[in-house]
Ligand binder design. Sequence first.
Ligand SMILES: C[S@@+](CC[C@H](N)C(=O)[O-])C[C@H]1O[C@@H](n2cnc3c(N)ncnc32)[C@H](O)[C@@H]1O
Length: 229
Amino acid sequence: MTSLDFYSKIEPIIGMQEACDELYEIFLDEIYKLEFMGNDALDFGSGSGNFALKLKKDFNVICIDKSSEMVKVASSKGLDARNTSLNEVNETFDLITASFDVINYMDKKELKEFLKIISEKLNDGGYFVFDINTKFGFTDVADGLLYESDDKGNELIIDANFDNNILETTMIYFEKNGEIYKKFQQKITQYYHSEDEIKKYLSLKLLNLVDVNLYSDTKPDKKLFVFTK
Ligand SMILES: C[S@@+](CC[C@H](N)C(=O)[O-])C[C@H]1O[C@@H](n2cnc3c(N)ncnc32)[C@H](O)[C@@H]1O
């Protein structure tokens, strides 16, 4: 089973779409406060393209994702989606976005290289807007065991362990078919990066830093950064 099929199975149980929509609104609020010199945008780590589709209303958007499966879905929605590295893209951009944990999928080495190339791909006066998970988001929101089921008897276990600034998440889905269950499994690794590391690696000017409470009312579980060149 592809990871895309897996997510489409678990989405109704964990309601990921609602969290995505809430985060997209926060991104769009920040983006529409900015003044643009042009309208060329890159959505990096675009997944199935849902955020890029929102940008497409006002920008010429290119999507990049390392998953060819995600790129196929984004392309089927009419997006210019590419399964390539940022280095290989010839265009430069007025806006670059990376929404919903994309940065946390990178380890330190990959992040450093990525942030260096971002500065090169951004036009002067352009903006780079992205989110990262906070330490609280990892330790108090993501870490731990979650069990959910639906009224059809399908069951989902999410087992997430945050250790040494790395979150390892195993998701096991049991699909009920009569008395028989079929088991599907996915693993994700995410890396914590501090605000200071981001500021140190990125040679752009920080314009705005927004606290995001997507899953918690007490402390921000994400931060959204707006940088400009
Ligand atoms: C949680 S999804 C977010 C998708 C989308 N941005 C959204 O808001 O729905 C993270 C995406 O980042 C992509 N990704 C992670 N690391 C990447 C990399 N180094 N290059 C390109 N895509 C990457 C993954 O394949 C995945 O589609």
